[in-house]
Write a protein that binds this ligand. Structure first.
Ligand SMILES: Cc1cc2nc3c(=O)[nH]c(=O)nc-3n(C[C@H](O)[C@H](O)[C@H](O)COP(=O)(O)O)c2cc1C
Length: 126
């Protein structure tokens, strides 16, 4: 099974987690980038409302991966809009997906990325 780690990180912590996971799993790893730099809190509302944000192309190519690990900071109890936008744009149907949320310790992700709903979602909290 071919696997890949895709992450978004604003201030670096999630990037470290993603790189470490990829190294342990032997998976390729790629990061998402904003098209334009943004103040950190600006897209929070986009995350809550499940709106899309502009990402720099090219997006990570996941077509040959059967298993994807998505690693995202948690912003206001939600995955970042950057990660939700990626999922919406590339489509993940037919793939095994792990969603890893990296947060500061307040309650975990309330709603997984919209497009992950309908699959079988199991929460693992640590
Ligand atoms: C606007 C904003 C909202 C946040 N909301 C949450 C939250 O709801 N739950 C949580 O555990 N952490 C929250 N955090 C903390 C971030 O998840 C944490 O700083 C993040 O993992 C840092 O990732 P990064 O260094 O890769 O950007 C928030 C941080 C910011 C900037």
């Amino acid at each position: 099974m071919k696997g890949m780690v895709v992450y978004y990180s604003k201030t670096g912590s999630t990037g470290v987690v993603a790189e470490r996971l990829a190294e342990k799993l032997g998976f390729a790893v790629e990061g998402l980038e904003d098209k334009k730099p943004r103040p950190s809190a600006a897209p929070v509302l986009s995350g809550i409302l499940n709106l899309t944000v502009a990402l720099r192309d090219p997006l990570p190519d996941i077509k040959n991966a059967d298993l994807i690990v998505l690693v995202t900071p948690i912003w206001a109890w939600h995955p970042t809009p950057q990660m939700s936008t990626f999922v919406k744009k590339v489509g993940i149907s037919g793939k095994k997906v792990f969603l890893v949320g990296v947060g500061a310790g307040v309650p975990p992700i309330k709603r997984p990325c919209q497009d992950l709903q309908g699959g079988s979602v199991r929460r693992v909290e640590k």
